[in-house]
Design a protein around this ligand. Sequence first.
Ligand SMILES: *[C@@H]1O[C@H](CO)[C@@H](O)[C@H](O)[C@H]1NC(C)=O
Ligand SMILES: *[C@@H]1O[C@H](CO)[C@@H](O)[C@H](O)[C@H]1NC(C)=O
Ligand SMILES: *[C@@H]1O[C@H](CO)[C@@H](O)[C@H](O)[C@H]1NC(C)=O
Ligand SMILES: *[C@@H]1O[C@H](CO)[C@@H](O)[C@H](O)[C@H]1NC(C)=O
Ligand SMILES: *[C@@H]1O[C@H](CO)[C@@H](O)[C@H](O)[C@H]1NC(C)=O
Length: 321
Amino acid sequence: MLATVAVTITLAARSVLAASASAPYFGKVFHGHRTSADSSSEGNIYPIKDCSAFIQDTPDSWSCHNTSVIRDECCFENYGVLLQSQFWDYNTTLLSIAVNGTTKDIVQAEAQSQIDLLYNDIKRTFTIHGLWNDLCDGSYRSNCEPSWEVDDARDNLTHLIGTEFNEPQLLAVMKRYWINTLKSNVEDQASVALWEHEYNKHGTCMNTLNPECFDSGYREHEQAVNFYKKVVEIWSQLDTFQFLAAVGIFPTVARQYKLSDVQNALSKAHGGEVYVGCLNGAIDEVWYYHNLQGNVLSGTYRAIDSLTNSTCGEKVWYIPK
Ligand SMILES: *[C@@H]1O[C@H](CO)[C@@H](O)[C@H](O)[C@H]1NC(C)=O
Ligand SMILES: *[C@@H]1O[C@H](CO)[C@@H](O)[C@H](O)[C@H]1NC(C)=O
Ligand SMILES: *[C@@H]1O[C@H](CO)[C@@H](O)[C@H](O)[C@H]1NC(C)=O
Ligand SMILES: *[C@@H]1O[C@H](CO)[C@@H](O)[C@H](O)[C@H]1NC(C)=O
Ligand SMILES: *[C@@H]1O[C@H](CO)[C@@H](O)[C@H](O)[C@H]1NC(C)=O
């Protein structure tokens, strides 16, 4: 009986999810997928100097593909591997139930979590961790430019983004989908602490965010606000939940999945192998790798294979949030 109820709810939930339309966002489709392996900032405006002459005149202008030293502060990222990282902040109690619960516990938890999935889109969303630029060998540097850093206590990030730079929609998306989790290793649990940390650690290492690269009239912290906008944009094209749902992989306490099935679904959607991270055998993070042509804000991102091996076993849990 319980099992039948759970299956019915699960099927109902999935047909509703499949029917739900995507809402437009940033001139693109929010939570829609990207159909090709390439992405550009078409539709979003970034106040950045034009790189088209550089791209035209430079035969190997893709990051990590140059055959000679390229020194163009604004149109070429020296640390040319761009990773968009996402959290899957699963419910650890549900993992315990999945692993150690009785059949009755599992069926009940499954039914409840399928209902929760329907009513709260956070439970169907891999949230934003950040956008990182690694060196071409996969190593990275951090906190590269102290003078660019933001400090919420001094700069009031919500005011900076929402009011000073007049990006209320960006701020709203960040508040909802760029949330701090225990996994982020940022002591302060407020989401602004994660935003501050991510930009200071990684954004300040992006040479194409140099103030000189902005159109005339650069304002202090303009690169921080535009970094946030770009992170949200790239993330909004990489809807991991939908990529997995498309092949019938949904969060559940009732079974494990093969890691290779998860990886195949993600690499098919992305165009390159995707890093899948696990915590205690359950998926908790994914990273999408890219190379870049042009400026990190206005340039074109091209999917590449992950440079990091998965931390999961052959079978993984995909536990509801
Ligand atoms: C590519 O350009 C970067 C940045 O100038 C430089 O560090 C690197 O050595 C170049 N790669 C090659 C193969 O010359
Ligand atoms: C995690 O799942 C348990 C069991 O269903 C539930 O009681 C608890 O409220 C959930 N925790 C969160 C943070 O949603
Ligand atoms: C399942 O139970 C075992 C034995 O009590 C325990 O060591 C393990 O941590 C539990 N697993 C989870 C995910 O709670
Ligand atoms: C930061 O800015 C927001 C939005 O303008 C405002 O509501 C808040 O009070 C400010 N916080 C501080 C500490 O000034
Ligand atoms: C990933 O795993 C493969 C095969 O086990 C190994 O050859 C490679 O060195 C590993 N890569 C990294 C970055 O650890």
